[in-house]
Design a protein around this ligand. Sequence first.
Ligand code: FCB
Length: 460
Amino acid sequence: MGVIPKDFLLGAATAAYQIEGAAHEDGRGPSIWDTFSHTPGRTWNGDTGDVAADHYNRLDADLDLMQSLGLEAYRFSISWPRVQPGARGSLNAKGVAFYSRLVDGLLARGIRPVATLYHWDLPQELEDAGGWPARDTAERFAEYAARTVEVLGDRVAMWTTLNEPWCSAFLGYGAGAHAPGRTNGAAALAAMHHLNLAHGLAVPEIRRAARNSPEVSATLNFHVPRPGSDDAEEAVRRIDALANRSFTEPILRGDYPDDLLLDTAGVTDWAFVRDGDLAKIAAPIDVLGVNYYSTVTVKEWDGRSPRVGNDGHGAASGSPWPGSEHVEFLPQPGPQTDMGWNIAPDALEELLLRLARDYPGTPLLITENGAAFPDVVVDGRVRDSARQDFIERHLAATIRAREAGVDVRGYLVWSLMDNFEWGYGYSKRFGIVRVDYDTQERIVKDSGRRYAELIQTRSL
Ligand code: FCB
């Protein structure tokens, strides 16, 4: 039995493209995920976010659902092409009105609004102009952030600039598994830098435009690499550099790691980094958002046997590991979730301890953690004990880290409801609430009931 401290925030997370639907309503423009999902062969079953969980049209009922679960915080993302279609000029009043209603609805129910400004849905027009490998995209993001915070920044408790920029850069421009589906290592590294820059340029804009002194954060997805052989130290170091330190070091320390520069020297000359960029990227933040799902096991490929690539990011034509394509990702030991990701709560505890050690003074918040399982509905009920167990064990690991002195402020489960899981379409269900995509009926799963109980009793 563990005790969840009273001031430890418990909530749930979603993202705009994954739940909202209403892709063509009220002036929303196209994003790279509309284009990508509508391109044959890019997503499972050709699924798109056109309708998703229809959250845009079911806002009030979904807010009531959050209240019935007793959520203390709700992390959502703002769709850039909904509030600023085409990424130019003044905001779309109808798009803003939706998020304004969402924020007001949360506050009226006593739920803290945690708003992410970018969860992967880049306006298509910006991709057409070069996308994240183009420097101008960072400037445009900062402008969009400023305008958005001007209209919502009297009520939002926490702003997050970017969600998982690693995925945007390396899955989007390197592997091609995510939108926009490009496969160019140099472009991926340029995208990485411009995402870091976008974050750094947006932070002061958010502080300037807000009228309620919100917390400002970025959310990173951490890879926890394990050695897959006796001599895997170098492979672990390389993946840690590309996956983790490529963002934590510039954002929290104002520099790119030397080893990352060396590892990628054959891919790019890094000319995209200009004088003054790193100081901007290191603008102080109040909280670091941590997304954690599983570990990876790596080793150097021997160059002879077929190379294995179980990095958890699915099959793709390109690589998300520019300059380190020779690192092998070995199959993960079980047990695993429906994503094929291994279940390792201890690694979350280890990660939190490491972040506290390497970046002291940076408060942490688990902004995503959760699991997909193939749920079944029996007599109107979803007995998802595996998901319940997953959440309880990861929450316990987080509390252990906190008891060991890590300043971790809360835990937001991914996800409030089943949704469009990017390249996997609707084949993977992460919700603590089930969504029936034919009827849009919501059913609180057993994991959701248990989560509500945890929030209330605060004992694990
Ligand atoms: C994360 C994403 C989130 C969701 C989960 C399963 O990488 O931020 O949108 O897809 O994975």
